[in-house]
Write a protein that binds this ligand. Structure first.
Ligand code: ZN
Ligand code: ZN
Length: 263
C-alpha cells in the first residue's frame, strides 16, 4: 500500500512541476528579455518565431475582413440580377398572354385594327445595399396580329373549286372516294380452320391463304376472315386485317386506280 501511495505522490509532484514550467513559458512569451531557453538565457530566435505566428494570425483576420464584404457584395449583386430577371420574365409572359387574348377578341370589333400593340411599364428597385439605388423603370411592348382570319381570294382562284379528297390505305393499290367503303371498314371474325373451306364471302368467293401471313400454309385451328375479303389469316396481327386510312388529295393518288366498290 505504501508503495502505491508513494508512487501517486510522485506522479502528482511531477505534474505540478510540469504545469509550473508551462506557466513559466507562457509568461516568457511576453517579452524577449523573459524568453529563456532551458539553460536560462534569452533567445531572440524564439521571439521571432512567436512574432511570425502572431503576424500570420493577424494577416488571416485582415484577409477575412476584406474578403467577406466583397463576397457578400457579389452574392447580393447576383441575387439582384436573378430577381430582376424573374420580374422581367413574369411581366413579359403576362403581357404576351394578354396580347394573345386581345388578338382573339379583336374579331368581335367590326372594322378593328389588324395589329394590336400592348405596352407595359414597371419599375424595379434593387435590393437595398450600402448605397440605396433609385428604382429603374422598364418599358416593354408586344405586338400581335388580330385573329381576324385570312382572306381566301388572296391565296387561290375563287372560281376554282377546292380539290377532291380521297382515302388511301398504306398497303392498298386503289383509292376510295367514300370512307364507308366496305374495303375500309373491316369486320374481322374468327372461325375454326376446318370451316374455312366451306365458307364464302359476301361476293360468294372462296377464302385462300393470305400472302403476307399464311403463304403456303394450311388453315390453323382458328383463322381470321373478313366478309369482304377473300383471304384467311392465321395471324390476327396481319397487316391484311388492318386499315390505316389516310386522307389525301386526288392528284396525289394519281398512280392508284379507283376502287371498284365505291368509286
Ligand atoms: Zn372503296
Ligand atoms: Zn394475312
Amino acid at each position: 500500500m505504501d508503495e502505491i501511495m508513494q508512487k501517486d505522490i510522485q506522479t502528482l509532484k511531477e505534474r505540478r512541476t510540469r504545469r509550473n514550467s508551462s506557466l513559466g513559458n507562457h509568461f516568457a512569451k511576453a517579452s524577449p528579455a523573459l524568453v529563456r531557453n532551458p539553460f536560462g538565457k534569452a533567445s531572440l530566435c524564439a521571439f521571432l518565431k512567436n512574432l511570425s505566428t502572431k503576424l500570420k494570425k493577424a494577416s488571416l483576420t485582415v484577409e477575412a475582413a476584406m474578403v467577406l464584404p466583397l463576397f457578400f457584395l457579389t452574392m447580393v449583386t447576383m441575387i439582384s440580377f436573378m430577381d430582376l430577371y424573374k420580374l422581367q420574365t413574369e411581366h413579359l409572359s403576362k403581357l404576351c398572354q394578354n396580347a394573345k387574348d386581345a388578338g382573339m377578341y379583336a374579331y368581335a370589333v367590326s372594322g378593328g385594327t389588324e395589329e394590336i400593340t400592348l405596352p407595359d411599364v414597371y419599375s424595379y428597385k434593387p435590393v437595398a445595399g450600402i448605397i440605396p439605388l433609385p428604382a429603374k423603370w422598364n418599358y416593354n411592348s408586344v405586338k400581335v396580329h388580330a385573329w381576324t382570319g385570312a382572306s381566301w381570294e388572296e391565296t387561290s382562284d375563287p372560281n376554282e373549286s377546292p380539290e377532291k379528297m380521297v382515302y388511301v390505305t398504306a398497303s392498298g393499290t386503289v383509292y376510295h372516294k367514300s370512307l364507308d367503303c366496305s374495303h375500309l371498314k373491316l369486320s374481322v371474325s374468327r372461325i375454326s380452320g376446318s370451316e374455312v373451306s366451306s365458307k364464302r364471302n359476301d361476293s360468294g368467293e372462296k377464302y385462300y391463304a393470305c400472302e403476307s401471313c399464311s403463304k403456303g400454309q394450311k388453315p390453323g385451328s382458328y383463322v381470321y376472315i373478313t366478309k369482304s375479303g377473300n383471304r384467311f389469316h392465321n395471324d390476327r396481327t396481319c397487316s391484311g386485317l388492318k386499315r390505316t386510312v389516310r386522307l389525301v388529295k386526288e392528284s396525289k393518288a394519281a398512280n392508284l386506280s379507283v376502287c371498284k366498290r365505291c368509286g
